[in-house]
Design a protein around this ligand. Structure first.
Ligand SMILES: Cc1cc2nc3c(=O)[nH]c(=O)nc-3n(C[C@H](O)[C@H](O)[C@H](O)COP(=O)(O)OP(=O)(O)OC[C@H]3O[C@@H](n4cnc5c(N)ncnc54)[C@H](O)[C@@H]3O)c2cc1C
Ligand code: SF4
Length: 333
């Protein structure tokens, strides 16, 4: 690991002022916030991330889970994944979020990992983590080793000729289905970004993964009030039962009235270059009978634009079955 300067800002404005001196908030950032460290420290050891300064934000008072005045939930950026997944309100009203977080990583990692860190975790594409290999995300303009290489785990939705890496987070998928809003504090003040606009498609600039600017600190995430009477489910399919990233996953929130779907939110993981909300699947399902035929039609719509690579064609059918099963499990629950 390269040498770096380490400090612990005492408040959010000191952290923002210090981080705002970074040339970028993205790949190659020379100043980085440290939360749980479970992504950042790994990447610093691999010399994929080489910040000159690390700002430990663990002392900032951003670790509360609170009800909002409109009946929703406010989740501090530093809330640990374990605390969020096991919070009574989350388990009762946002079960899909609890299930998604608990399906990821391990107990020890979830005890360290934070809400903001999870939103910003980097891809697990093996070439991104290997500085001997070309990778447009790590080193813009060098090429993409995965497109002609080992791409079994990588994306089939939202890819470009420059990058096909998946967003690996489970939490982000549930946040997308729950229509979370990310709250930022930066040089120019506060702003709120819907999760669907927070992560960026790779396009020709895969090194830019989100809308953060230098100095931007995620302060909290809000969830809208829970949809009354909704059934929720997160299903994750992977190569082994635990401690493994998704090949395909689905987060669903669904209401059924008189046998028909009256409300539905669908997001998928393991298949997209960002947490993949599927308006196509939602539109295909709304007002249709809540049965296997409709669920399969929704899954067909979700994967309609799927573009497999040499090793991951299987993900198309796997993802369809994943979504179908998640919907069926939710309505049966
Ligand atoms: C072995 C292993 C297995 C894993 N398995 C899974 C899995 O199955 N599913 C899954 O979803 N995840 C998995 N993970 C990833 C894990 O969930 C993430 O590493 C974790 O959520 C990152 O959170 P952190 O607080 O440790 O982030 P950090 O490593 O501290 O930070 C990550 C990034 O976020 C930035 N950052 C942190 N906080 C802020 C803030 N408030 N504002 C702005 N920027 C900020 C940091 O500068 C850094 O760039 C796994 C990780 C490991 C090591
Ligand atoms: S898929 Fe993206 S992260 Fe992986 S090698 Fe290609 S450019 Fe790099």
């Amino acid at each position: 690991m390269r040498a770096f300067e380490f400090s612990r800002p005492q408040d959010a404005s000191a952290a923002i002022t210090a981080a705002a001196q970074s040339k970028t908030a993205q790949q190659g950032a020379d100043i980085r916030f440290l939360a749980g460290g479970t992504t950042l420290v790994d990447l610093m050891k691999l010399e994929v991330e080489t910040p000159a300064r690390v700002l430990d934000i663990n002392r900032l008072p951003l670790d509360k889970i609170e009800a909002t005045s409109d009946g929703g939930l406010r989740i501090g950026a530093m809330v640990r994944n374990s605390d969020l997944a096991n919070h009574a309100t989350v388990k009762r009203d946002y079960a899909v979020l609890s299930q998604a977080i608990l399906s990821g990583a391990s107990g020890q990692i979830r005890n360290m990992a934070t809400t903001a860190g999870n939103l910003l975790q980097r891809t697990r594409c093996m070439y991104f983590r290997d500085t001997a290999m070309p990778c447009n995300k790590r080193e813009p303009g060098t090429g993409c080793a995965a497109i002609t290489g080992a791409n079994r785990m990588l994306a089939i939705l939202g890819t470009s000729d420059h990058c096909i890496a998946t967003n690996p987070s489970d939490m982000n998928v549930a946040m997308a289905a729950l229509e979370a809003t990310i709250h930022l504090q930066g040089k120019k003040g506060a702003r709120a970004v819907p999760i669907g606009d927070f992560h960026l498609l790779p396009g020709a600039t895969p090194e830019r993964e989100n809308v953060l600017e230098p100095g931007d600190l995620i302060t909290h995430v809000t969830l809208p009030p829970p949809k009354s009477g909704s059934k929720q489910h997160y299903l994750k399919l992977r190569d082994r039962a635990s401690y493994e990233f998704a090949l395909a996953s689905a987060a669903v929130v669904i209401n059924v009235a008189g046998g028909n779907v009256s409300f539905v939110r669908i997001a998928m993981g393991g298949v997209g270059t960002k947490p993949w909300r599927s308006p196509e699947a939602e539109a295909a399902l709304l007002h249709k009978p809540a049965n296997a035929v409709s669920f399969r039609a929704a899954a067909e719509a979700a994967l309609h634009n799927g573009k497999p690579q040499s090793e991951n064609k299987f993900k198309i059918e796997l993802a369809k079955r994943c979504l179908t099963h998640a919907l069926q499990t939710a309505v049966n629950s």
